[in-house]
Design a protein around this ligand. Structure first.
Ligand code: GDP
Length: 442
């Protein structure tokens, strides 16, 4: 996400940070580069212009020039301005109405609307414990309704049974009735897409909105289309009262122009970002965290939240207890690797860690390495995992065969574990984890 923009900006800021003092001319020169970076990222021209004017005005103030770390101050000012540009606070879904709350999904064909409908439904079901029903109103595209049914099955979300020959408004009414009778909290309506914004589509959307009275009307747009995405949002926004935007394909968006211009140009908040094809690849859009990512400061908060979501509390506690005693066997290592994979693998972790952006290329390779480590440990007996010293040369050959690896790799794994065990023991001698935590102010 935002990789090329992020690289450009860090180039500008590195130059600033290296200096002891900054003159007004230095700041202005840097801001001209920021402006070029934004335009290259496909940010709408008026947005880029206003942004740079605003930041320059704040940055050439005495504060920065007199500050002991002027470079840092400029970065902070840009960061704050980015957060404002992206929408200041995160926008949550508003579902506080008498059930069922209706979420109408609109957008052009191929924007990722149907996938996003299923992603949001899954999220509401799993995270918010809502009872969700989805219905496809797309009677124009053959098999659109079946596609949603298949996604529903995958996501574990109910879909409205398909009845052939109904109009979109009829389906919306039937869905609302069914959701009411069967006690659903949320009804998601996936409307038909078109190749471009046209009056027929808008009329259909208005009719559906009239029949279902949605609490949320979310527009799905493809972030890769840059300024077109913003124009599509403007087009839809003048016809139907949008409550928010979902930007898809952010995983492939190195430039970020759509994300940066959307709020300012359309006045609509970005509520979610689609970050992949899988049904879990959806993130609430947090302006502060996104700004941090763009400026290469990583996204530590998202990382911590992800960890809390995926790592089972009991597992983590069990591990901490053992480690506190200075114990760390291969079962523990296996658990750690499982947790790392659950969090999206090394590649995903590296991207979110400050200062680790350069590591992302290594991501794929390393994730494979994790899988191989896991396979080796699964080929061991439980006894061997608890007492790795039992593993002799003959067993190493068996383990390598059983896991599709080599004896060298098994040796490497055992050595790695030994080093970790030694580190744990040292830590225990130093007074254990509580002491360590105290050192960090915990
Ligand atoms: P619709 O025509 O708007 O309903 O689009 P679909 O939901 O059928 O999506 C079109 C394609 O885009 C599918 O192959 C999806 O898997 C893919 N897609 C949707 N959202 C994302 C995303 O956030 N990232 C990526 N990489 N692919 C996505």
């Amino acid at each position: 996400m935002f990789d090329s923009l992020s690289d450009r900006l860090s180039g500008v800021f590195d130059k600033l940070r290296g200096r002891g003092a900054l003159s007004e001319a230095d700041v202005r020169a840097a801001m001209r580069e920021v402006r070029v970076a934004l335009l290259e990222a496909d940010v709408a021209l008026p947005v880029a212009r206003e942004f740079v004017e605003d930041v320059t005005e704040r940055a050439v103030g005495e504060e920065v020039v007199r500050s002991v770390t002027p470079g840092q101050m400029v970065v902070k000012i840009v960061n704050d301005a980015l957060v404002e540009l992206l929408g200041a606070e995160s926008a949550e879904l508003e579902l506080n109405t008498a059930p069922p709350a209706v979420i109408m999904m609109v957008g052009l064909q191929g924007s990722g609307k149907t996938t996003t409908t299923a992603k949001i439904a899954k999220r509401l079901t799993e995270k918010d414990r809502k009872k969700v029903m989805m219905a496809s109103l797309d009677v124009a595209r053959p098999a659109a309704q079946e596609q949603l049914a298949v996604l529903g099955e995958k996501a574990g979300v109910d879909t409205l049974p398909i009845v052939a020959g109904q109009t979109p408004t009829d389906i919306a009414k039937r869905a609302l009735q069914a959701a009411k009778l069967q006690g659903y909290d949320v009804l998601m309506l996936d409307t038909a897409g078109r190749l471009h914004v046209d009056t027929q589509l808008m009329d259909e959307m208005k009719a559906v909105a009239g029949a279902s009275n949605p609490t949320e009307t979310l527009l799905v747009v493809d972030s890769l289309t840059g300024q077109d995405a913003v124009n599509v949002a403007k087009g839809f926004g003048t016809e139907v009262p949008l409550t928010g935007v979902v930007l898809t394909r952010m995983d492939g968006d190195a430039r970020g122009g759509a994300a940066l211009s959307m709020r300012k140009v359309t006045g609509k908040p970005i509520k979610f970002a689609g970050t992949g094809e899988g049904l879990d690849a959806l993130e609430p859009f947090h302006p502060d965290r996104v700004a941090g990512r763009i400026l290469g400061m990583g996204d530590v908060v998202s990382l911590v939240e992800k960890a809390a979501e995926t790592v089972k509390v009991e597992d983590a506690e069990k591990l901490a207890k053992k480690m506190e005693k200075g114990k760390f066997d291969l079962d523990d290592l296996r658990l750690q690797i499982k947790q790392m994979k659950a969090m999206g693998g090394l590649g995903a972790l590296a991207k979110m860690m400050p200062g680790m952006k350069g590591m992302k290329q290594a991501g794929d390779v390393d994730d494979k390495a994790l899988t191989r480590l896991e396979a080796m440990m699964s080929s061991m007996t439980a006894e061997e995992r608890q007492k790795p010293k039992l593993i002799n040369a003959k067993r190493k050959i068996r383990i390598a065969k059983g896991s599709g690896t080599t004896v060298q790799e098994v040796n490497k794994l055992l050595k790695m574990h030994q080093q970790m065990e030694t580190a744990m023991k040292k830590l225990k001698k130093m007074g254990g984890f509580s002491k360590l935590a105290a050192m960090f102010g915990g």
